[in-house]
Design a protein. Structure first.
Length: 133
């Protein structure tokens, strides 16, 4: 897959947006977010997360982010989901949750992901991009 995802700051979900605003205005000290998980969903995660219903699927923990010269945050290494042993169907959304399963970011995909045993989901370095405009 060669896919570039971009999240704009306004797409931060409720809890994450509040945390970000609180930090900007120094309302509360920043609490480090650990154990971020990138997941796949058939449905809009803002309404309901519907992960692939396959035993080999699992959200992927990921904490290696880099900052570009433009100030964007990108995945700094390759991220590989398990190779499906069967067809996972058409994936329409990706999302990021924290260790408490709170939704931080989500985005619809410009192209459906169609994972199967010949086509695993792979995000190469820099494919996921958080743009803060």
């Amino acid at each position: 897959w060669k896919l570039r995802l971009s999240f704009l700051l306004p797409t931060l979900e409720g809890w994450a947006a509040n945390m970000f605003i609180n930090q900007i205005f120094s309302i509360i000290p920043m609490i480090p977010v650990t154990n971020l998980k990138l997941g796949l969903s058939y449905t809009d995660p803002k309404i309901k997360i519907t992960r692939p219903d396959n035993p080999e699927y699992r959200d992927q923990e990921y904490m290696h982010w880099d900052v570009t010269t433009e100030g964007n945050l990108i995945n700094g290494t390759r991220l590989l989901f398990p190779t499906p042993r069967s067809d996972w169907g058409d994936i329409s959304y990706v999302f990021i949750q924290d260790e408490k399963d709170r939704l931080l970011l989500s985005s619809s995909l410009t192209h459906l992901l169609k994972p199967n045993n010949f086509n695993p989901v792979v995000f190469e370095e820099g494919d996921i991009c958080f743009m803060f405009d």
